[in-house]
Design a protein around this ligand. Structure first.
Ligand code: BTN
Length: 326
């Protein structure tokens, strides 16, 4: 794409002005074509200064999702090898599933700047305004279906680690994979299987992170927060996506080496509510006990008056003793 070639050329000359003449010769197109593409890039949020004498200089790249910026930020070998980025999608998970059925590759990443029908766990809607990171990764890991279910645990650890590395921000994991800060949800993960259960090969890992928007843009019923509310400034979504993919790739490779106990330890170190008295909601039923930890498969272990019991993520919800979200 000509626009990406112009950006590549400008990026090869950081903090320097490159004449339109030179770019047009290099890329074998007219100066008018270069000018036109520079205007489009400016509309996409690139700060490019043009001086009639000296030419163009790339000053700043956009914080909004952009394929060129994201690719430059990536340090992974398989995750993000193919990127599908749309301005708006109903749901990146739905799109990723369609692509998977058409034969997509391991590591393909689907992103949208806005989701019109984002979906959460337990069939809930997921508010996905512009400014969030709405991303799904297609994975064909070397794992059995039972072990593939551990990928959502791995994704929560990857998101926590990326946020800590990039912003020195320590967020917690509320079982099974809600990411919370001071009791308010900042991100969630939706893992889905493509195909029949017995022939599973492909998993879609959907990650939703409330980033560059204010809390008011989310339903008031949600106990949610955003990175912008916490940090007080906007962040580069491309750097964040690349950081998460880097940590996720590490986690996936480690799972493929069957380092399940290590994942359980990593998850537990970042978990909220461990050792506390909690309530488990199973439909109308409320079960009380001490949250002891998770099994190797990610099921919650609860010490109740009737002994230790385990609960899998699909069937129950976890609440603090007061009945609230924590
Ligand atoms: C949850 O309920 O906590 C899971 C939320 C998952 C939301 C993400 S956003 C990207 C991907 N596309 C979706 O429609 N859902 C997931």
């Amino acid at each position: 794409m000509l626009r990406h070639q112009i950006l590549d050329f400008l990026a090869q000359h950081p903090e320097k002005y490159v004449s339109g003449e030179r770019i047009s010769q290099q890329l074998n197109v007219t100066r008018a074509a270069i000018w036109k593409q520079i205007q489009v890039l400016k509309e996409e949020g690139f700060e490019i200064e043009g001086q009639s004498k000296n030419g163009y200089c790339l000053l700043k790249t956009p914080f909004a999702l952009n394929e060129w910026v994201l690719k430059r930020a990536l340090s992974t070998s398989s995750l993000g090898s193919k990127i599908t980025l749309e301005d708006e999608l109903k749901s990146t998970n739905v799109r990723a599933k369609e692509l998977a059925r058409q034969g997509s590759v391991h590591g393909q990443v689907v992103l949208a700047r806005l989701q019109s029908s984002g979906r959460g766990r337990l069939q809930r809607p997921w508010d996905s305004p512009r400014g969030g990171l709405w991303m799904s990764v297609v994975l064909c890991p070397n794992l059995s279906l039972a072990d593939a279910s551990k990928l959502t645990l791995a994704a929560s650890v990857a998101i926590v680690d990326a946020l800590e590395e990039l912003f020195s921000l320590r967020i917690g994991i509320k079982w099974p994979n809600d990411l919370v800060f001071n009791g308010l949800k900042i991100a969630g993960i939706l893992g889905e299987v493509v195909g029949e259960w017995n022939t599973v090969q492909t998993i879609i890992l959907g990650m939703g992170i409330n980033v560059n928007f204010s809390r008011e843009q989310l339903s008031p019923l949600l106990n949610a927060t955003t990175l912008f509310e916490i940090l007080g400034y906007e962040v580069d979504l491309n750097i964040l996506a690349a950081g998460i993919l880097k940590h996720l790739e590490k986690q996936v490779l480690s799972l493929e080496k069957r380092a399940f106990e290590e994942l359980r330890e990593n998850w537990s170190e970042r978990a909220t509510g461990l050792g506390e008295e909690v309530r488990i909601l199973r439909g109308e039923q409320v079960i009380q006990g001490i949250f002891k930890g998770i099994t190797i498969d990610g099921a919650l272990l609860l010490e109740t008056n009737d002994g230790e019991k385990s609960f899998s993520a699909g069937e129950v919800q976890l609440r603090s003793k007061a009945g609230k979200y924590f």
